[in-house]
Design a protein around this ligand. Structure first.
Ligand code: TTP
Length: 189
């Protein structure tokens, strides 16, 4: 793909994934308010945030190329889990995910000063039952701290995943197939 875009994200994983599409891009970070509205459904929340990140980039003056924003949340029992606040919060999250299937929702949005388009990708991820010792060791690895839902499937957390149905890349932070489709649709206007 010959298009040049902006990536409105601080995430090194999204940078890596976008590079896999062969799109030329420059990256900057946006400071968006990521709080969830009361009674906002997780799928609406994650898509709103992706659009907010992309549109914030346009509002910051990045108007000469399309701006891509994305957001990921882990959802269990219809509750969106963000990044862990501390070890106690993380431990409670892992006990909730242990031995069960949850959803990872990743939304992607592309905006310029004329239009915004977005898509939502939902992947089912099943965790094996986790012991207290595994949970404690994982926290001390330093990996969970900056990850939605407190784990990284691409890292040490990958060993907890007994099954995945959907897009592996969406779980890591950017669905490749759907992002390319969205970009092509956006460029057609
Ligand atoms: C579930 C899961 C999440 N994550 C990551 C993807 C996202 O980078 C992060 C979710 O946080 P996000 O708030 O979606 O993204 P971010 O703060 O890292 O980057 P930005 O808002 O600037 O774009 O968690 C993994 O890397 N692996 C996983 O298996």
């Amino acid at each position: 793909m010959q298009t040049a875009i902006y990536l409105a994200s601080a995430s090194p994983r999204r940078k890596e994934l976008l590079s896999q599409l062969g799109v030329e891009f420059s990256q900057f970070s946006v400071d968006a308010d990521e709080s969830q509205f009361p009674n906002e459904a997780p799928r609406d929340y994650v898509e709103r945030l992706a659009r907010l990140k992309a549109q914030s980039g346009v509002a910051m003056g990045y108007t000469d190329r399309p701006v891509l924003g994305s957001d990921t949340v882990v959802v269990i029992d219809d509750t969106a889990l963000g990044k862990p606040l501390d070890q106690t919060d993380f431990t409670a999250t892992m006990k909730r995910l242990s031995g069960r299937t949850h959803q990872v929702m990743t939304a992607v949005a592309i905006a310029d000063s004329e239009q915004v388009k977005s898509c939502l990708v939902i992947t089912d991820v099943t965790f094996k039952p986790l012991s207290d010792a595994e949970i404690d060791a994982y926290w001390h690895s330093g990996e969970p701290q900056d990850k939605a839902g407190g784990y990284g499937i691409q890292g040490l957390g990958g060993r907890f995943v007994s099954h995945i149905s959907g897009s592996y890349f969406a779980v890591v932070g950017l669905p490749l197939y759907e992002t390319e489709l969205l970009l092509n649709e956006f460029l057609r206007g």
